[in-house]
Design a protein around this ligand. Structure first.
Ligand SMILES: NC(=O)c1ccc[n+]([C@@H]2O[C@H](COP(=O)([O-])OP(=O)(O)OC[C@H]3O[C@@H](n4cnc5c(N)ncnc54)[C@H](O)[C@@H]3O)[C@@H](O)[C@H]2O)c1
Ligand SMILES: CC(C)[C@H](C(=O)O)[C@@H](O)C(=O)O
Ligand SMILES: [Mg+2]
Length: 358
């Protein structure tokens, strides 16, 4: 366990500040229980940063992040900034901080909660026991490929992006996926579109090469369209899914729906030096400001931080167990509510979780 952890706190936009407050409350309870000292430093990102400084990722925020042990980020974006060009939008702040901190791997676990089987669109026998991990390559692919742009060609507007992966980028994410799979159920599904895209043909070739050193782990290749379908049909068959930036973005939202709600899915974005923890979901503008957002994805992201950066796995287990208990007791925010359960606010859910931690 580290004695103290310096954390850059980025609440961002929409429901961001509401769910960040919950995570901080939970971390304060953990601090009391384990005697670990958290130093919280709040900074601006996304729309809030654009409004205050004109820049979705002010230099100050980046500097603070680089000087911290970890970054906790809630969510960015909203209608107010939707008409800005992509390179000046709130989302650009998020993409830039991931790139600047070289957070090449984004771990997105999707686990079915027994208490939430009623909230999933799927039948209980299909999802009971689902426990998968999407490992999304986060600093390459079509999100960052050049050339990109919007211009006029032959008298009409065209928009274009480039999906590109270098061998070294594929190697490091594939290695991480096999290493992690070794401590899980030893199966990796590599997802691509190698029947159509050259970038995917290279992806498949390199993943297969890396696999040679991991013969104890099973590797299967799957096209992304098939994977989207198989995730709904037989989600229990998946252990680790490793894929590129765009496919990982899409498939991890799908995992959110499988397991009950996007509001349940945490993530860790990690690199060689830095780590940032963020829920999979966005700023949920449709429910922002009402105090009804599900704080669990944010709280579980803080739990991933406790385990990976603060080296306090016991505290992460405490949080996970507290969440299990609270859900079993029937506490539900609107997104996971079902008849016969108790509808609670963000604050009430947080309080209930903390009650089981202390
Ligand atoms: N990491 C991020 O910061 C991030 C991630 C995704 C989207 N976004 C941004 O968020 C904005 C909204 O995007 P969107 O609507 O496509 O996706 P979203 O994830 O914000 O919301 C999708 C749906 O899920 C619900 N939802 C999401 N999180 C929830 C929670 N914690 N509790 C209860 N319900 C929740 C929302 O109410 C909405 O109905 C956009 O500007 C988008 O770019 C940001
Ligand atoms: C907001 C957006 C840039 C982001 C992404 O596409 O990476 C989000 O959808 C996510 O999943 O973290
Ligand atoms: Mg996404």
């Amino acid at each position: 366990m580290k004695k103290s952890c310096k954390i850059t706190v980025l609440p961002g936009d929409g429901i961001g500040p509401e769910i960040m407050e919950s995570a901080i409350e939970v971390l304060k309870a953990i601090s009391k229980k384990y005697g670990i000292n958290f130093e919280f430093h709040e900074a601006l990102i996304g729309g809030a940063a654009i409004d205050a400084t004109g820049d979705p990722l002010p230099e100050e925020t980046l500097k603070l992040a680089k000087e911290s042990d970890a970054v906790l980020l809630a969510a960015v974006g909203g209608e107010k900034w939707d008409n800005l060009p992509t390179d000046r939008r709130p989302e650009k702040g998020l993409l830039k901080i991931r790139k600047e901190l070289d957070l090449f791997a984004n771990l997105r676990p999707g686990k079915a909660y027994t208490a939430l089987l009623d909230a999933s669109p799927l039948k209980e026998n299909l999802i009971k026991g689902v426990d998968l991990l999407v490992i999304r390559e986060l600093t390459g692919g079509i999100y960052f490929g050049e050339p990109r742009g919007i211009e006029e060609r032959n008298g009409e507007k065209v928009g274009y992006n480039t999906m590109i992966y270098y061998e070294h980028e594929i190697k490091r994410i594939a290695k991480l996926a096999f290493d992690i799979a070794r401590n899980r159920r030893k199966k990796v599904t590599s997802v691509d579109k190698a029947n159509v895209l050259e970038v995917s043909a290279v992806w498949r070739e390199i993943v297969t090469e890396v696999h040679a050193e991991y013969q104890d782990v099973e590797l299967e290749h799957m096209y992304v369209d098939n994977c989207a379908m198989q995730l709904v049909r037989r989600p229990k068959d998946f252990d680790v899914i490793v894929t590129g930036n765009l496919f990982g973005d899409i498939l991890s939202d799908e995992a959110g729906a499988l397991t009950g709600s996007l509001g349940m899915l945490p993530s860790a974005s990690i690199g060689e030096r830095y780590a940032l923890y963020e829920p999979v979901h966005g700023s949920a503008p449709d429910i922002a400001g009402q105090g009804i957002a599900n704080p669990i994805a944010m709280i579980l992201s803080a739990a991933m931080m406790l385990e990976i950066t603060c080296k306090l796995p016991e505290a992460a287990r405490d949080i996970e167990n507290a969440i299990d208990k609270v859900l079993e007791e029937g506490y539900r925010t609107g997104d996971i509510w079902a008849p016969g359960t108790k509808k609670v606010s963000t604050k009430e859910m947080t309080k209930a979780i903390i009650k089981y931690i202390i």
